[in-house]
Design a protein around this ligand. Structure first.
Ligand code: HAM
Length: 434
């Protein structure tokens, strides 16, 4: 029916001003920091062949089992809107033969991912990840570089109370022995669990450790930990990762239960979790970043034998966090110019446009109207200064500029600036008010 309102899809958010500025700030920090760490940006399509995620993330995972947006396209292909960025990046890495020309490859990406999840604070069906993947280095220095990059990033954007949790899953060689132990351990309790859990028990026992099912919680807390089963090479690798992190001053906590919800990991796994002392803006969605090493994935997807390590951060969660710490910050005009009806209005508008084109943040109200109303608008957009431009100002070639950001009760502050000196004054005022 025409005229009826259509709302957005559940769990998929619009990002509008002023919040967009927090996003842009995070993006700007990421671009600059990731470049300094030697990572280049990639952009891959939103959709991929479904099989890519089934084979990488794993068939018996929550993501592939129940959260994917999958459809058949007009050519009868099964297509999935990407639930994560590691598999698409690996697919592109293989497809373009990057390993042949660039033995060490470091990429990053930012973009929307899709998971049909139960929504709550910080958990959405369309969300944005900021991720990085490094291919070609087996050395623990590579694990440490990506972890250090995350730590530097949180520091630079100003998110406090983020704790690094660290574990190792081994290189895969000892996993069958571990899985056998785990199966033996869960066998007595699995009868009382859901069909999903029983399927995980049969096909992918480690996934049981992520289960939220009440009946399994006691067993999960006592289950054998994979780190006690890992091979000697992985043990030495992990020890070096820990030693190097200490050397560069990145604090971490060992977390023997950290197995991550995707199947491709080998050796180092990590998460950064928001753990403040008081209120928690993210509730239970406190994991702001997850990652680890995945030395087998590229080969398993039909590529060369190339080790890799990476991470992805949840940008929606970072934005919530930053806003809870710093509030919504919006950029504001340095000067707002009020106009009057009459021949000088054209001049005033021309002055605003000229100043903007020269790089100054100057605003006006294109609706014109009473000066008082225009001043209200200036205050609404948080302009630092306000000046009317009419016949007197045009004739005397100077502006009377009022300070709009005085504390309550403070006496009025007005400065007189000649039009010739306006640019120099704006330069200075812009620096002081930003
Ligand atoms: P992940 O742990 O599934 O890992 O997701 C990484 C981060 O994305 C999470 O820690 C969280 O901050 C954010 N995230 C995940 N799901 C949602 C959601 N529904 N709403 C909001 N934020 C969400 C991966 O995706 C791996 N690809 C990470 C990786 C890269 N491992 C190696 N390289």
């Amino acid at each position: 029916m025409s005229g009826q309102k259509i709302s957005g899809v559940k769990g998929m958010n619009d990002i509008l001003p002023p919040q967009i500025e927090t996003w842009q700030r995070i993006e700007a920090v990421a671009r600059s920091l990731f470049a300094r760490y030697g990572f280049s940006e990639i952009r891959t399509p939103i959709v991929e062949h479904t099989e890519l995620f089934v084979r990488s993330v794993g068939e018996v995972t929550d993501i592939v089992g129940k959260e994917m947006y999958t459809f058949t396209d007009k050519g009868d292909r099964s297509i999935t809107m990407r639930p994560e960025g590691t598999a698409p990046a690996a697919r592109a890495y293989i497809e373009h033969g990057i390993a042949n020309t660039e033995p060490l490859t470091r990429w990053f990406y930012m973009g929307p991912m899709f998971r049909y999840e139960r929504m709550k604070t910080g958990r959405y069906r369309s969300f944005t990840q900021l991720g990085a993947e490094a291919y070609g280095a087996m050395d623990p220095a590579q694990d440490v570089e990506v972890i250090a990059l995350c730590a530097a990033f949180f520091k630079e954007i100003g998110v406090p109370d983020v704790v690094l949790k660290l574990n190792s899953l081994g290189d895969g060689s000892t996993r069958p022995a571990y899985l056998a132990k785990l199966k033996e351990f869960f066998a007595p309790v699995i009868g009382g669990a859901s069909e999903d859990a029983k399927r995980a028990f049969e096909q992918n026992t480690m996934r049981l450790l992520d289960s939220k099912e009440e009946v399994l919680q006691d067993a999960i807390s006592k289950a054998p930990a994979i780190i006690d089963f890992i091979d000697e090479g992985s043990k030495a690798h992990f020890a070096t990762v820990c030693r190097l992190l200490e050397k560069i001053g990145v604090l971490y906590e060992l977390d023997r239960r950290l197995v991550r919800g995707l199947d491709y990991y080998t050796r180092t796994t990590f998460e950064f979790v928001y753990q403040p002392k008081g209120d928690n803006a993210l509730g239970t969605a406190g994991t702001v970043c997850g990652g680890g090493r995945y030395d087998r994935l590229v080969k398993e997807l039909g590529g060369p034998e190339k080790p890799a390590v990476g991470f992805a951060m949840g940008m929606d969660r970072l934005v919530l966090l930053l806003e809870s710490v710093k509030g919504v910050q919006r950029s504001a005009p340095t000067l707002f110019i009020g106009t009057f009806d009459g021949p000088e209005r054209d001049e005033a508008i021309a002055l605003v446009m000229a100043l903007r084109n020269e790089g100054f943040n100057v605003d006006f109200d294109p609706r014109g109207g009473k000066l008082g109303k225009q001043k209200e608008r200036a205050s609404k957009v948080n302009a630092a200064w306000f000046a009317g431009y009419g016949a007197t100002e045009a004739a005397e070639r100077k502006l009377k500029i009022d300070n709009m950001r005085l504390p309550e009760g403070a006496p009025k502050e007005t400065v007189e600036i000649s039009l010739d000196g306006l640019r120099a004054w704006l330069n200075d005022a812009g620096k002081r008010s930003s």
